[in-house]
Design a protein around this ligand. Structure first.
Ligand SMILES: [Ca+2]
Ligand SMILES: [Ca+2]
Ligand SMILES: [Ca+2]
Ligand SMILES: [Ca+2]
Length: 575
């Protein structure tokens, strides 16, 4: 008895702080198995809202999960899609996508706006688009790997996966090796001696180091770790602006099961009009601009590789809205995609496509001047050049380390320590540098506030989807048994019923208006079924009229519908 009480007490003592911790800390970074368990738990807890489905399996045997969030069977199929883990090294994006599922499922019935959304439409979430690649976060030794596990001859020497990295210093993480070399391209960063950056020869700088990932030259070809295990990067495997015969892009477009599954899902769901993803191909912090020289020609010919003039204003507005709602600033420069998912989603699948980095270290301004404790790298040097280095990843690293320092998280950096490396006999080799994943994934508890900002943005965006309605129905008797019927087809959402590019691509369906005649009725003027050009949002309308010959007292119906804009019907009684 006493033992039972003691063990219960012990359990309570142990459990209570963990629960409290779990609540205040938000989500941990889940391994694939943990994420799968969490999704099933959400499904059993919110069974009427969370609809879990697998889109198929990766070559590593992992499911590509999708969750449909909706209450019951909505009358309209309108939908938005959120995708995390597009860039597999950004596990923070996968975490935020999971938090979005939790948010919408748990706030249904609590927040009116969320309740209404989930009763009118579906929010789909693919929390981890490339689960095989993302699993590298949980493997030992930990190394940053953006590719899946498909064996691939990255350096095209006829051998496959013959030179992977090694954890030489045995600290459980793969970092970097710097080798003193007067002909090396790299120098110590003037703003932070822990970081290296490429020497700018035009500015009279001189390199002092060669830089490699940690490991040995397994195949003795004087290149280090040039063909690691795997693979193909999900975010380089899509059809738009695809790089053939390039590292990580795959043997052909959409060659990977995970890319194929996600692309098929999008094509099978024409109701999805908006796709938001977490990736480095940001267009929320830096919205796309139309470039008239880049092929989006007025005559509609040639390959489109710049947002169209008509669609640009919507990207600009949503980006501005995102920045105002979240208060985010100082984002790293967007990466131009090559076979990238988010660009494919607009340019080839014709949907409104928004993307941003899940996390980046904000600028630390005040601490820097007051602490001054980092000696040479302290307060007096130039700021990491806003103009000069903006494109430079090393400037981002300096800023990131500064953020970790301010948060008291110095363990993200492995101090450079000498290592006797047989491949570099007679040279000074040091192993160290920023730990894998640190640049884009903070400790998960610091994502909580960010998750809330993203969730509010997602809800706002979902409320902006196009929505068709038939209004101002008028029936006029021209003479006995002959009627003129007039109706406005109105778009009550924010987004147009189709983007200009979606209209051009023809993948995305425009609104069809059908006049359903009953027996004994005939059409004297007008078209029984017509497909409309895109209708702009916020109450814009197209007026349609017909002349119908029908027995007085009969009835007919009008229907306007597209998968992305929903359905509206009106019954017309002819007197
Ligand atoms: Ca090879
Ligand atoms: Ca390989
Ligand atoms: Ca190591
Ligand atoms: Ca090698």
């Amino acid at each position: 008895m006493t033992r039972l009480i003691r063990s219960t007490l012990l359990t309570l003592l142990v459990l209570v702080p963990i629960c409290a911790l779990a609540q205040s800390k938000g989500r941990i970074y889940d391994s694939f198995d943990e994420m799968t368990k969490a999704l099933h738990e959400l499904q059993s807890r919110y069974g009427d809202i969370v609809h879990l489905e697998s889109l198929g399996k990766t070559s590593g045997g992992r499911d590509i999960w999708v969750v449909g969030l909706r209450k019951g069977d909505p009358a309209e199929p309108r939908a938005m899609l959120i995708v995390g883990g597009v860039e597999p090294t950004q596990i923070a994006g996968s975490n935020l996508a999971l938090q979005a599922i939790e948010y919408f499922a748990s706030q249904y019935g609590k927040i009116d706006g969320i309740t209404q959304l989930l009763e009118k439409m579906t929010i789909y979430v693919i929390p981890r688009a490339s689960p095989d690649a993302t699993e590298a976060f949980f493997e030992k030794p930990q190394k940053e790997r953006s590719v899946n596990q498909r064996p691939t001859d990255d350096d095209r020497d006829g051998l496959t996966d013959e030179d992977d990295v090694e954890d030489l210093n045995g600290d459980g993480v793969i970092t970097f090796m710097r080798v003193e070399d007067p002909q090396g391209e790299w120098m110590v960063h003037p703003d932070d001696p822990r970081i290296l950056r490429k020497a700018n020869l035009a500015k009279n700088e001189r390199g002092a180091y060669a830089l490699y990932t940690e490991g040995v030259d397994n195949d003795k070809d004087e290149q280090w770790n040039e063909d690691p295990r795997g693979g193909v990067n999900f975010n380089k495997n899509f059809t738009f602006n695809y790089d053939y015969f390039t590292k990580e892009s795959g043997v052909y477009q959409v060659s990977e099961p995970e890319a194929r599954a996600v692309a098929d899902f999008v094509f099978a769901h024409p109701a999805i009009s908006v796709i938001v993803s977490f990736s480095p191909n940001d267009n929320l912090m830096k919205p796309w601009k139309s470039d008239p020289r880049a092929g989006s020609s007025e005559d509609g010919r040639g390959v489109v590789n710049s947002v169209t003039k008509e669609d640009e204003q919507y990207y600009q507005f949503i980006g501005k809205n995102f920045q105002e709602m979240t208060g985010f600033k100082d984002a790293p420069p967007p990466e131009k995609g090559h076979g990238a998912f988010s660009e494919w989603a607009y340019y080839h699948a014709g949907r409104w496509s928004f993307s941003t980095f899940p996390w980046w270290a904000p600028e630390i301004t005040s601490q820097r001047d007051t602490s001054g404790r980092r000696g040479t790298s302290g307060g007096s040097g130039p700021r990491p050049g806003r103009e000069d280095d903006q494109e430079d990843e090393s400037a981002m690293m300096v800023r990131t380390l500064r953020w970790y320092d301010a948060a008291g998280l110095s363990e993200v950096f492995v101090p450079w320590r000498a290592y006797a490396h047989a491949d570099f006999a007679g040279k000074t080799v040091e192993i160290g540098g920023l730990k894998p994943f640190a640049l884009s994934n903070p400790p998960p508890d610091s994502l909580a506030g960010r998750a809330q900002a993203f969730n509010e943005f997602f809800a706002d965006l979902a409320g902006k989807l196009p929505s068709v309605a038939l209004r101002n129905l008028e029936t006029k008797t021209l003479r006995s048994g002959v009627y003129r019927i007039t109706v406005d087809v109105v778009n009550e959402g924010y987004f147009p019923t189709n983007s200009a590019l979606g209209h051009r691509l023809r993948w995305v369906r425009d609104i069809a208006v059908t006049l359903d005649l009953a027996k004994g009725q005939s059409l004297a003027s007008g078209v029984a079924r017509q497909v409309l050009d895109p209708i702009a949002g916020n109450g814009s309308a197209v007026t349609i009229s017909w002349v119908v010959v029908a027995p007085p007292g009969s009835a007919l119906s009008i229907r306007a519908e597209s998968p992305a804009s929903g359905t509206s019907t009106q019954r017309v009684n002819l007197r």
